[in-house]
Write a protein that binds this ligand. Structure first.
Ligand code: FNR
Length: 360
């Protein structure tokens, strides 16, 4: 029997063994040269610590609040598409793991379990991620169903006017078998056999004419707070706040959209400074260690989102795998806090890290 993984990176190999190549590549891949895919991880490695000593770290607390909700750690499950390709229980297994760990799950608009199925499966705190279809009525219906089913926030992903060029998917002729059953598609006319190619589907259904004005439209159809996911510049951070966002997710979509976008951790501070504490800032992309979570918090994030490691855990061991991924990151974060003199999340400051810019 294979050994138990000792860090979340080791779940990637288990997922590779568990999945058909086409699906593994879909989860693992990035856009074009995959420069940003590598950079998302590498940029964390260039940040080092300024640990403090002789501070009472006999008790460590990771607990924090996100949009007012008490959670066990500043870690959320990022929205990732199509969990049934990874495991037959799909997003329900992921949600149960989130509930068991008391972390927030963000359900993808491209999920294969319905918003109601996920809601009734467990009491996880859930946010719902959306894209905006050209058919606004369908998006509005989904938002309203999520609101009725107790989702606590809407995460508007803004970095997909069109799907990025993911070359592994092109080579594999990646087809999503259940695309026709997607929630948002039940009443559309856009699904053809050809439409089950993910890129063709997204490019024909997502509204590429979306602008900041449409955040106002979204606010008019829901009372839920709206997080804008996919911001990488101070200019857009300010626009998001002006548009009424309740939070910002610094994200390059796990390097699946515009290659040569900067590593997210390298632009986090730019966004944090622009936002001036008006709304919380979150970050995702390349978070693979508890030390990475700590670094993101030190640079001003309120929490991080985890994408691929969750999917790998799900592919390898279902709900248990997702739980283990979240627990390992929490354990590593706890150890990092102990070793750097931070008994609580609030104790983590900018002074605890050195970025490569400061070293030059
Ligand atoms: C994603 N991501 C994503 N984002 C989103 O807003 N809606 C979605 O449906 C998806 N789908 C999706 C599928 C897969 C397979 C991946 C890997 C990613 C992006 C995701 O939310 C997040 O931004 C990144 O995954 C974070 O980077 P890491 O943790 O995967 O490095």
């Amino acid at each position: 029997m294979a050994e138990e993984p000792v860090n979340v990176n080791e779940y990637q190999e288990l997922a590779r063994q568990a999945l058909p190549k086409m699906y593994y590549d879909f989860y693992a891949g990035g856009a074009e040269d995959q420069y940003t895919l590598k950079e998302n991880v590498e940029a964390f490695r260039r940040i080092t610590f300024r640990p403090r000593v002789l501070i009472d770290v006999s008790k460590i607390s990771l607990s924090t609040t996100i949009l007012g909700y008490n959670v066990s750690a500043p870690i959320m499950i990022a929205p990732t598409a199509m969990h049934k390709l990874a495991h037959p229980e799909g997003e329900v297994a992921t949600a149960r793991a989130a509930a068991a760990c008391n972390v927030i799950m963000i359900l993808s608009y491209m999920s294969m379990c319905t918003v109601e199925e996920v809601a009734s499966s467990c009491d996880a705190i859930r946010f719902f991620q959306i894209y905006v279809y050209k058919r606004r009525d369908i998006t509005a219906q989904l938002v309203q169903r999520a609101e009725r089913s107790g989702y606590k926030a809407i995460v508007l992903t803004v970095d997909v006017p069109r799907l990025g060029k993911r070359e592994a998917d092109i080579k594999n002729r990646m087809i999503a078998p259940q695309l026709k059953n997607f929630e948002g598609l039940l009443s559309t006319q856009v699904v053809s056999d050809e439409g089950s190619n993910v890129k063709a589907f997204a490019d024909s259904t997502f509204d590429a004419s979306l602008t900041w004005k449409d955040v106002g439209w979204l606010r008019s159809i829901t009372k839920l707070p709206i997080l804008v996911k996919g911001v990488l510049t101070h200019e857009d951070a300010i626009k998001a706040v002006e548009a009424g966002a309740a939070g910002i997710v610094v994200s390059n979509h796990g390097a699946r959209q515009l290659d040569y976008s900067p590593a997210t951790i390298s632009v986090l501070e730019e966004v944090v400074h622009a936002v001036k504490g008006k709304v919380p800032v979150f970050v995702d992309g390349g978070v693979r260690r508890g030390t990475d979570v700590f670094k993101a918090l030190a640079l001003g994030a309120q929490a991080v989102l985890i994408g691929r490691p969750v999917v790998y855990g799900l592919a390898a061991k279902g709900e248990t795998g997702v739980r283990r991924v979240a627990e390992m990151l929490k354990d590593e974060l706890e150890l990092t806090m102990a070793l750097s003199g931070c008994p609580t999340i609030r104790d983590i400051t900018r002074g605890h890290v050195i970025t490569d810019r400061e070293r030059l």
